[in-house]
Design a protein around this ligand. Structure first.
Ligand code: MG
Length: 160
C-alpha cells in the first residue's frame, strides 16, 4: 500500500457562554464555538483528514451529532478514535497540518500547544504535526468574528 492523503474542512459558529477549545487547548476568549461536541474545529478538520486518507468516510459517519453518545464530546477523543481506526486499517499518520482561520482571538501563542495535543491524540511525535493560524483580512464569517474555520491535511503511511 502506498502513501495516502486526506483533507478536512470545518467551521463552527462563535457564541457567548461556551469555552473556546481549539486543537484541544482552552483559549481564553469571551466567545466559544457552538457544537454538539466541544466544537473544536481544528480537531474536527484533522479527524476528517485522517478518516478521509484512510478511506474510512468522515466524522458524520462515525460520530453523528444525532447520537447522544457524542454530546459534549472531547474532540481529541474523537481524533484518537479516528487514528485507532486508521491503525486498524494498517495506516499511521506520517505528517499533518492544520490551519485555523480566525480574526480573534490571537492564536499564535497557542499553536505549539495545539500541535502537541493533536500529536498526542494521534499517537505520533509532535514534529509530525504543524498548526498555523490565518485570517481572512476581515472578509466573510471568519472576518466578522461570527465563526472560526479550520482546514487540515494528513498524510498516512502503511505501518511497516
Ligand atoms: Mg465540526
Amino acid at each position: 500500500m502506498s502513501l495516502r492523503i486526506g483533507h478536512g474542512v470545518d467551521a463552527h459558529r462563535l457564541v457567548e457562554g461556551r469555552p473556546l477549545v481549539l486543537g484541544g487547548v482552552h483559549v481564553p476568549f469571551d466567545h466559544g464555538l457552538m457544537g454538539h461536541s466541544d466544537g473544536d474545529v481544528a480537531a474536527h478538520a484533522l479527524t476528517d483528514a485522517v478518516l478521509g486518507a484512510a478511506g474510512l468516510g468522515d466524522m458524520g459517519r462515525h460520530f453523528p451529532s444525532s447520537d447522544e453518545q457524542w454530546r459534549g464530546a472531547d474532540s481529541l477523543d474523537l481524533l484518537r478514535r479516528a487514528a485507532a481506526m486508521a491503525r486498524d486499517a494498517g495506516l499511521s499518520v506520517a505528517s499533518a497540518q492544520v490551519v485555523v482561520i480566525a480574526t480573534e482571538p490571537r492564536l499564535a501563542p497557542h499553536v505549539d500547544t495545539m500541535a502537541a495535543r493533536l500529536a498526542a491524540a494521534l499517537g505520533v511525535e509532535v514534529d509530525r504535526i504543524a498548526v498555523s493560524a490565518s485570517t481572512t483580512d476581515g472578509l466573510g464569517f471568519a472576518g466578522r468574528g461570527d465563526g472560526i474555520a479550520a482546514s487540515a491535511v494528513a498524510l498516512l503511511a502503511p505501518i511497516s
